[in-house]
Design a protein around this ligand. Structure first.
Ligand code: GDP
Ligand code: MG
Length: 219
């Protein structure tokens, strides 16, 4: 579904919004953030690329699941199609759930004050004037389902409130905040893994399938 994954990455990497962007298969971006090089993979979220999705999850340090706040179906599809893909993600992979296209709702947050108040969710399910069809609570419920599916203890991973966001690739609202909040979380984990474990360079001549810990994010 065209929830705006590619647009979010364009907004973050190129600081602009382009109406027509299409992704065939997937795309790769390299972001220099502080002293780190972070590779970010954009996936095409269609069923025929299912296998590709699970490949991206393997070894990712974080995965951003994106839905369209105006279409509940996009969140449902995320749940239907995504849970099984998480099988290939490493146990310490972080998950963020992002509701995009907030500018299309009546909620003030997505309109003029792009990037003004990062992190603040706009509107609620009960908001009288918000025609938004998906509320943050629904995304948080999915986050908890993912934890349950992956048999993770809620106390040992970031709380749902910290990992569910609403964004607009069009206005830029919350976009930097999402990526940089995640980078802030994954970099220490990766550094710790590197300090503790062997080199992350895979020697393909002696390759054995093993727990992977590359610094990747997957949208
Ligand atoms: N209004 C609005 N439109 C968006 C936003 N993000 C993406 N779009 C539009 O939604 C459509 C799908 O976006 P795209 O990034 O290709 O979605 P993807 O298939 O998930 O990668 C395009 O026409 C975009 O211009 C947004 O935040 N607000
Ligand atoms: Mg795309």
């Amino acid at each position: 579904m065209n929830v705006g994954k590619t647009s979010l990455l364009h907004r973050y990497m190129e600081r602009r919004f382009q109406e027509t962007v299409s992704t065939v298969g997937g795309a790769f971006y390299l972001k220099q953030w502080r002293s780190y090089n972070i590779s970010i993979w954009d996936t095409a979220g269609r069923e025929q690329f299912h296998g590709l999705g699970s490949m991206y999850c393997r070894g990712a340090a974080a995965i951003i699941l994106t839905y369209d706040v105006n279409h509940l179906q996009s969140l449902i599809e995320l749940e239907d199609r995504f849970l099984s893909l998480t099988d290939t993600a490493s146990t310490d992979c972080l998950f963020a759930i992002v509701g995009n296209k907030i500018d299309l709702t009546d909620d003030a947050g997505g309109e003029d004050d792009a990037e003004d108040e990062p992190g603040k969710a706009t509107g609620t399910c009960n908001s009288a004037r918000a025609p938004k069809r998906v509320c943050l609570e629904d995304a948080m419920a999915l986050y908890k389902k993912i934890l349950k599916y992956r048999m993770l203890d809620e106390k040992e991973v970031p709380a749902a409130e910290k990992m569910c966001f609403e964004t607009s690739a069009k206005t830029g609202y919350n976009v930097d905040y999402v990526f940089e909040t995640l980078f802030d979380m994954v970099v220490p984990v990766i550094l710790r893994q590197r300090a503790e474990g062997p080199s992350q360079t895979v020697d393909i001549t002696h390759y054995k399938p093993a727990k992977q810990t590359q610094s990747r994010c997957c949208v």
